[in-house]
Design a protein around this ligand. Sequence first.
Ligand code: ADP
Length: 262
Amino acid sequence: AREALFQSQKMEAVGQLTGGVAHDFNNLLQAIIGSLEMIERRLEEGRTDVQPFIAATRTAADRAAALTQRLLAFSRRQPLAPRRVDLNSLVTGMRDLIRQSVGAAVQVELRLARDLWTTWADPNQVENALLNLAINARDAMPDGGRLIVRTTNGKLDEEAVAHEPGLVAGDYVVLSVADTGVGMTPEVADRAFEPFFTTKPVGQGTGLGLSQLYGFARQSGGDVRIDSAPGRGTTVTLYLPRCVGAADPVPVPQKPVVPEPQ
Ligand code: ADP
């Protein structure tokens, strides 16, 4: 089973991003320059049949624009709007949307912890993450299967945070999405958080879902882990900071604790 991905690998991934995107972008620029040259040549020859090259230029330019957009969306440190969140209500509120997104062949099961601690996170981002994970799970189960969304109170101990700078051992609210799908090879699991890494056909995968999830988790003071093996399915586990406030059953703050604003 693949478990923790270490920070060094994730940082390396961000480095690889720059090279990969520059390469793809350059390919598109080459296509645009080539088409423009063809247009120039034909016009010089007094010909007017340049439409196909204009279309090709447009297509390449559109794709380059889309690439830049995705890059911007990834690199923009989206301002988070964290607040006190009851993950159980959030997940329950998403149930229908998840069902619709995964289709009838996938059985959706919610396993929500009783007395779940409240968390401190941006609820919109958590919803995006959940939907993304559900869609990844669906893609991993082309012939159907089971999707289990689980919430639990959890802990990360010193060992679990050892390779994650800035991550503190302590209490976390845990949201996991498990599927009975194809699973990941160790090679895929190693690269899954890498921006633009996808094994899906062109047009179907952006390779941004998990890298965005990772960025969101770390920005929120939490983390994300993958446990997967080929043929055994995949579990993606999101750790979000526990919020200890007046209404929380546990009065003694433990790290990591994000105080509630007054
Ligand atoms: P995308 O889904 O657009 O490919 P992601 O960053 O969400 O981008 O995922 C990256 C890759 O990780 C996927 O292309 C796939 O190979 C693998 N992956 C993600 N989720 C799962 C899953 N639930 N089961 C198997 N493989 C997965």
